[in-house]
Design a protein around this ligand. Structure first.
Ligand code: ADP
Ligand code: MG
Length: 542
């Protein structure tokens, strides 16, 4: 494609520094202030004036650079508040993104009472139809669901003045191209069209050629946004899971996204982490919409602090306060490296990126380094000693806060009673042992259970052993099925089986210590409701 009908603009050169300079109306300026937007991002500086002037636009800037407001602000400003027809149609690839865009436009339009509705698969269509009938001015939809509404005649596009293709590259990757073209053809030709995308593969340019009028290209180049606030490290190791655990054990207060290359890689890592006592959630294309929602909600609300994802599943998602991005697998190309690590170090916060490589992947890493013109620092993995040291530090700091709170006096009589026979420092050390190890600290060498090591340290309550099984909710197996099968196969009473926690792909079951070996023996390689079972002792997180 030649550049003849796409004109480049260079927002970097302009003198615009504030939203006021962009001729945005007062009502919207107030809303932007409430949203905490202080100044327009580069793509906004470039796109908003052109959009307000009625131009068709192709906007290219990487994830997290504010593309939504770049089209959202001009749309909200140009809408006729009194006209209850659909005036703006935004197509976006996933449910998550539709909701995010709808929320953002809703906020921008708050002071103007603009009615915005996301429509996507997975939500009852009747509810959407009812809302559409109520009169909605901006619709944000996935191509599939929009087509569905068009076929049912429940959405009318004949008053649409603004058409936006958001995250166009991703819609293309997901195979939506034909749906998109069908929808575009139903929108009046006399409209303004805007296309936003992180990358500009050829098919996107050809769509723009077909459906846009003399589009202006606003491209923000990567160099501008490779954040200097991200400390970038790499670790070379043959055992990436072990390396990751060492990092988790020596880092506090993190909120981490870990990228894997494949869906299978995501599942395997979530399970590997779970058996080691770290709770992580996986996100990839095989999950149902409601599973995705549940995962995202947990992660957003900090109920789980590790999200393991594929590139496609995580692309475009806007999540605040990510402290660490981990490339468990080296990204395929420098561009996706920049995309991935751009999830952290946002809004002036600092972030850390960690890339694991095997010795063979060294050249790939060097290629990334050369392309992004940034040094990725070689990190040294924490040793066992470091991990222990860290635990000690954590205990010391916890003890310090307990001491500072100064309300442990109920326990002093116990110390006084012991003081007659023991040294104070011994009493304190024994108390810490008891705190860390619980009843295990009471075992004498004779009473010590003759359980093999793997069974004695599974994080179960005293007398029990926690076992990992590779079947979970997604296998349509219930807690009852698990209890029944174990109880029948291992000939133990159902009531003796303890706590069971089920996740999507696996579960943990507590069984009495004395039956643990038998349970593993009969269950491993057995089946539950037709699913082949792997069963092994869980590993406690120390
Ligand atoms: P993109 O579509 O380019 O990936 P988004 O539009 O999702 O990026 O924006 C990423 C985040 O940045 C959002 O939380 C958004 O509210 C915020 N944001 C956008 N523009 C600004 C701005 N000018 N100032 C501060 N935050 C902004
Ligand atoms: Mg976006």
């Amino acid at each position: 494609m030649t550049e003849t009908n796409i004109e480049m603009t260079k927002p970097e050169d302009s003198a615009i520094t504030s939203f006021e300079d962009l001729n945005i109306e007062y009502k919207i300026l107030t809303a932007l202030k409430d949203m905490g937007f202080e100044e327009p991002s580069p793509i906004q500086k470039g796109a908003i004036p052109l959009a307000l002037a009625g131009e068709d636009i192709i906007g290219q800037a990487q994830t997290g650079t504010g593309k939504t407001a770049a089209f959202g602000i001009p749309i909200v400003q140009s809408l006729d508040e009194k006209d209850r027809h659909v005036q703006a149609l935004v197509m976006s690839p996933t449910r998550e993104l539709c909701i995010q865009v709808a929320e953002e436009i809703g906020k921008i339009g708050r002071t103007k009472r603009i009615r915005v509705l996301p429509v996507y698969g997975g939500q009852p269509i009747e509810r959407q139809i009812r809302n559409l009938r109520g009169g909605v001015q901006v619709v944000i939809g996935t191509p599939g669901r929009l087509l569905d509404h068009l076929h049912r005649g429940t959405i009318k596009l004949d008053h649409v003045k603004f058409l936006v293709l958001d995250e166009a590259d991703e819609m293309l990757d997901m195979g939506f191209i034909e749906d998109i073209e069908t929808i575009i053809k139903q929108v009046p030709v006399d409209r303004q069209t805007m296309l936003f995308s992180a990358t500009m593969p050829r098919p996107i340019l050809s769509i723009s050629k077909k459906y846009m009028r003399a589009p202006k290209l606003v491209a923000i180049h990567k160099e501008i946004v490779t954040a200097p606030t991200i400390a970038q490290y790499y670790y070379e190791t043959r055992d990436k899971v072990d390396g990751l655990c060492r990092i988790l054990d020596t880092t506090d207060d993190f909120k981490m996204i870990i990228f894997c290359r494949t869906k299978k890689g995501v599942d395997e890592l979530v399970i590997a982490l779970a058996t080691r006592g770290y709770q992580a959630e996986g996100l990839h294309g095989d999950l149902s919409q409601s599973q995705r929602d549940r995962v995202m909600k947990k992660f957003r609300q900090n109920e789980v602090d590790i999200l393991v994802a594929t590139d496609v599943a995580a692309r475009g998602l806007d999540i605040d306060n990510i402290t660490h991005v981990v490339n468990f697998d080296v990204p395929q190309d420098p561009e996706s490296y920049v995309h991935r690590i751009g999830r952290t170090g946002r809004a002036g916060n600092t972030g850390v990126s960690i890339t694991f490589i095997t010795p063979r992947e060294f050249r790939q890493l060097k290629l990334i380094e050369r392309t992004i013109k940034t040094k990725i620092i070689r990190g040294v993995l924490p040793t066992d000693e470091n991990v222990l040291e860290r635990q000690r530090e954590q205990i010391i700091s916890k003890m310090q806060s307990v001491l500072e709170q100064d309300n442990f006096h109920d326990y002093l009589p116990i110390v006084e009673a012991l003081e007659k026979d023991y040294e104070i420092s011994d009493i304190a050390a024994a108390a810490l042992k008891f705190m860390q190890e619980g009843n295990k600290a009471l075992e004498t060498p004779e009473s010590k259970s003759d359980l093999p090591d793997a069974l004695s340290n599974t994080g179960a309550r005293p007398g029990m052993v926690r076992l990992f099984i590779n079947v979970g909710r997604s296998a349509k197996v219930t807690i009852r099925d698990i209890i029944q099968t174990i109880s029948i196969e291992a000939e133990i009473p159902p009531r003796s089986i303890g706590r069971i926690s089920m996740y999507d792909k696996f579960s943990f079951v507590e069984v009495p210590a004395e039956s643990a070996e038998k349970v593993i023996g009969v269950m491993h390689r057995n089946t539950i409701r037709g699913y082949r079972v792997n069963m092994e002792p869980a590993r406690a997180r120390e």
